[in-house]
Write a protein that binds this ligand. Structure first.
Ligand SMILES: Nc1ncnc2c1ncn2[C@@H]1O[C@H](COP(=O)(O)OP(=O)(O)O)[C@@H](O)[C@H]1O
Ligand code: SF4
Ligand SMILES: [Mg+2]
Length: 327
């Protein structure tokens, strides 16, 4: 641990959309995010639906083109590598994979499981012969706990949990180093969620993988993440080691998130009164000026309405973006 694999500096991703009367508008989905992910670690990423988690994850691996900012992978700047579908990106494509939230939507229903996994092997020319390819597909199915005889079946013949295992096998096919796990268990039955999480943890250990693990609920990632980042309306508002973030949150938004998480200790739980936020999350098309949380923050001051706070380190490895903390 300690060696940075992924570094993101001032990353922005805006989507152009048509407003009323065909006017051009921009969804400011990711705003000025900076973070790094160490080799072999799991960085959890949490925040309410629509706060930009998926967009950030996809932009880091360049499934989306960044609007501005810099992405570094293994010491190489990849945000400058021409066109995200170009051959120049191919080596990085292989190292960076993604597991999608909805397994059924992410698997082509017309392809067999063997074709789905084999396609990734073909694109990157990873198998020397047909036999080699067949063996590799069987090995991958076995790795994710699926029957190796099932490579001729179609996705709809599998349960949700099995479909997600297929998605994981597809991601693993190219021997990646870094995987964006985008809410990989949100669409699954509660009864099988922990099986899939445990499998991802085992695979990480066995293969030395690095994860960006996205969840809308902090309780999903608190045990498996080394560090956790919290997003609100496109901005990274707090980032720290996992235990520290859960037990000593310092940003007003993280405090409200944590107050909604049941604690195992009933005495602490009673002391930890739930903080309710007023109002809805504003639109990322016309986000609030200054600190994007100011319309809902109980501590908002005039400065908060005007100036966006920068992410600063308040104790070793504990970062937050809030004017109040600056004193
Ligand atoms: N392709 C797109 N075009 C336009 N807006 C998008 C697109 N993808 C996401 N958005 C918008 O960007 C914001 C962040 O979305 P997303 O990254 O999916 O959030 P999360 O994963 O945290 O739920 C949302 O307002 C969403 O509607
Ligand atoms: S900067 Fe101001 S509005 Fe934003 S979280 Fe801190 S106190 Fe609240
Ligand atoms: Mg999402």
């Amino acid at each position: 641990m300690g060696e940075k694999l992924v570094e993101v500096d001032n990353l922005r991703k805006y989507f152009q959309v048509k407003g009323r009367g065909g006017r051009k508008q921009y969804v400011q989905a990711v705003e000025n995010v900076s973070l790094f992910i160490n080799k072999g670690e799991t960085l959890g990423l949490v925040g309410e639906s629509g706060c930009g988690k998926t967009t950030l994850g996809r932009t880091i691996i360049r499934l989306y083109e960044p609007t501005s900012g810099r992405i570094t992978y293994g010491g190489e700047v990849i945000s400058d590598v021409e066109n995200h579908i170009s051959v120049n990106m191919l080596p990085y494509r292989r190292k960076m994979q993604i597991i999608f939230q909805d397994p059924s939507a992410s698997l082509d229903p017309r392809m067999t499981v063997g074709e789905i996994i084999g396609e990734a092997l073909d694109i990157h020319k990873l198998c020397a012969s047909k036999q080699d390819r067949t063996d590799r597909i069987r090995e991958l199915l076995d790795k994710v706990g699926l029957n190796t005889e099932h490579s001729n079946r179609f996705p709809h013949e599998f349960s949700g949990g099995q479909q997600q295992r297929i998605g994981i096998a597809r991601a693993l096919a190219v021997d990646p180093e870094f995987i964006v796990c985008d809410e990989p268990i949100s669409a699954l039955d509660v009864s099988i969620q922990s099986q899939v999480v445990n499998m991802l943890e085992d695979l990480q250990e066995e293969l030395g993988l690095t994860y960006l693990f996205i969840a809308h609920d902090i309780s999903v990632v608190r045990h498996i993440s080394n560090r956790i980042g919290v997003m609100y309306l496109g901005c990274l508002v707090e980032l720290s080691e996992s235990y520290e973030l859960c037990n000593n949150p310092i940003h007003p938004y993280t405090k409200t998130l944590m107050s909604a998480v049941p604690l195992p200790d009933p005495i602490k739980s009673r002391a930890n009164k739930r903080i309710l936020l007023e109002g809805d999350v504003p639109s990322p098309i016309n986000p609030p000026s200054g600190c994007r949380f100011h319309t809902r923050c109980p501590y908002a001051s005039e400065r908060c309405r005007q100036e966006m706070p920068a992410l600063k380190e308040y104790s070793p490895g504990h970062y937050a973006a809030c004017h109040m903390l600056e004193g």
